[in-house]
Design a protein around this ligand. Structure first.
Ligand code: KIV
Ligand code: ZN
Length: 552
């Protein structure tokens, strides 16, 4: 086993130099890696994800329990929903630094600042591209303009908050000398974190490490003035490898997302980076402050709310990540776990999921079972959760911790419902095609009925809903999973619908898979409605040529 590489020149310098006590990034020991979670920002940019404010808050609370250092809560200027979510997280979530993204424009920065105003530790994350390809073709201006824009943006952000992160977008395809010039400006204006995005997932680990190492050489005050950060996309499947290379080159913040969510192929998966640093701690000499036992639950919550399933063989959080199929492996593990396991499943929280409640369990038992799972519900939400629990407990012998998680996540979705499923009937027989009838409530508060004879029961009910609401979106994805094993398991359905340029997801949980599917479909329709209303204005705002901030 190879020994860890020595720390880079840049980091050795960092050890010797005292950083000014300006932000949370200061006074971080050199063997600590800060975890910056961007599930709610870059992750939320994955196609089809449409989280409401309540869901984003729930995720942010769970990220705080997981122990992330920074939560990038959103891009406040992107939409009123983004603004509201960042503001709610800034107000309610304690512990991590709360960051908001802003292009290098005064309006973006002001909007981010407004959303973050109530955070105990706010961070403005501003960015501008340094690659010629972006400068010429996307921004249609010059390197000089980029320098002017970066200076003005960081100066403006620093006039509002102490903690400012600066990212030269598409850095890995940019000229390193020019990027260093821009970063020097950002440092001079007071940036406290310098993030190096591999925006299009193009770099290879040795190149990414060399880029960061070169920046430490070109910028003598980089190590003393700021924390260097990685931000790696997974287009070539190298996001985690590049992140590790960046850390070995001296970066001490990593940007990542749960389940690897993010633009296109996604970002470095938080759970993989964290367990890599944890499992190879002795060799790397680095650690994070993540409570790894919260990893599985966080992954399940995000998969459930985003509608993005985790592939069974996904490292750390896939259903099979700790399962042994081969007899030789099973035999070895039974004799001594470490023969075929490099991590203990308990270290990522794969335990305690067998907690059981039955149909005689009361409200108090439910509340305390939820508390044991780290889920705080009270008032109306507890009443709703209890009602659903009773319905499920009547149909199912035992309600497990996994069922409770699914159920509470399902109740959280109530908030955005524009359409509601009042009742449905599906006639299924082997002698004729299935026929479905539904009644739905509309966003205007009316009721409407529809019916349809389809190819299968799910097809029939989806089209009956279309008939009731007079819409014909394209069904892009439909999935049904069981929450636990066993014949009476809860079914969890996930639907992604597309209408023109807008796509939206919905999920539903029930012991009856037709009901779960119908609930998921109706919720996806509601999300489509909300997204459709917002999309026009947002797209116009974000796709317009990015005017640079005026020089002061
Ligand atoms: O990938 C990227 O370049 C980004 C920046 C906004 C940091 O997400
Ligand atoms: Zn990104």
């Amino acid at each position: 086993m190879a020994a860890a590489k020595p720390q880079t020149e840049g980091k050795r310098k960092q050890e010797k130099t005292e950083r000014k006590p300006m932000s949370n990034a200061d006074a971080v020991p050199n063997d600590r890696v800060l975890i910056f979670d961007t599930t709610l920002r870059d992750g939320e940019q994955s196609p089809g994800i449409s989280l409401n404010v309540q869901e984003k808050l729930e995720i942010a609370h769970q990220l705080a329990r997981l122990g992330v250092d920074v939560i990038e809560a959103g891009f406040p200027i992107a939409s009123p929903g983004d603004f509201e979510a960042v503001q709610a997280i800034a107000r309610e979530v304690e512990g991590p630094v709360i960051a908001g993204l802003a292009r290098a424009q005064a309006a973006d920065i002001d909007r981010a600042h407004k959303a973050l105003r109530d955070a105990a530790r706010p961070r403005i994350h501003t960015f501008i591209s340094t690659s010629d390809i972006h400068i010429q073709h996307q921004m249609r201006n010059t390197r000089e303009d980029v320098k002017v824009g970066a200076r003005a943006a960081v100066a403006h952000a620093r006039s509002l908050v102490e903690d400012v992160e600066f990212s030269p977008m598409d850095a890995t395809r940019a000229d390193v000398e020019f990027t260093a010039e821009v970063l020097q400006i950002a440092l001079d204006e007071g940036a406290t974190t310098i993030n190096i995005p591999d925006t299009v997932g193009y770099a290879m680990p040795h190149e990414y490490a060399a880029f960061i190492a070169r920046l430490f050489e070109l910028l003598p005050d980089l190590a003393s003035k700021a924390i260097v950060s990685t931000h790696c996309h997974d287009d070539l499947g190298l996001a985690v490898a590049n992140t590790l290379a960046g850390v070995q080159a001296g970066a001490r913040q990593v940007e990542c997302a749960i389940n690897g969510l993010g633009e296109r192929a996604g970002n470095a998966a938080l759970e993989e980076v964290v367990m890599l640093l944890e499992t190879r701690k002795a060799d790397l000499g680095l650690h994070t402050e993540i409570n790894t036992r919260e990893i599985s639950r966080t992954s399940r919550l995000i998969s459930r709310l985003s509608g993005y399933a985790v592939q069974p063989n996904k490292a750390i959080v896939g259903r099979n990540a700790f399962a042994h199929e081969s007899g030789i492996h099973q035999d070895g593990v039974l004799k001594e776990r470490t023969t075929f396991e490099i991590m203990d499943a308990r270290s990522v929280g794969l335990e305690g999921t067998d907690l059981v409640l039955g149909k005689h369990s009361g409200r108090h038992a439910l509340k305390s079972a939820l508390q044991d799972l780290g889920i705080e519900v009270d008032g109306a939400l507890l009443d709703q959760a209890f009602k659903r629990f009773k319905e499920i407990a009547d149909r199912k012998k035992q309600v497990t911790a996994m069922d409770l998680e699914a159920l509470v996540a399902d109740e959280l979705r109530e908030e955005v419902r524009g359409y509601g499923l009042e009742w449905f009937e599906v006639e299924v027989s082997s002698s004729r095609p299935p026929h479905a009838r539904v009644r739905v409530t509309t966003p205007a508060g009316d009721v409407s009925e529809g019916d349809f004879t389809g190819d299968g029961p799910v097809d029939a009910i989806f089209r009956a809903i279309n008939a009731a609401v007079d819409r014909e979106p394209r069904l892009r994805e439909f999935r049904i999973d069981s929450v636990t094993s066993g014949q009476d398991a809860l079914g969890e359905a996930s639907v992604v619908l597309e209408d023109g340029d807008v796509s939206a997801a919905g999920q539903g949980v029930s012991t009856d898979i037709i009901e779960a599917s119908a609930l998921a479909y109706v919720r996806a329709l509601s999300n489509l409605e909300v997204r459709g209303r917002r999309a026009g204005a947002t797209a116009e705002k974000l796709q317009e040529d990015v005017p640079l901030i005026a020089a002061p």
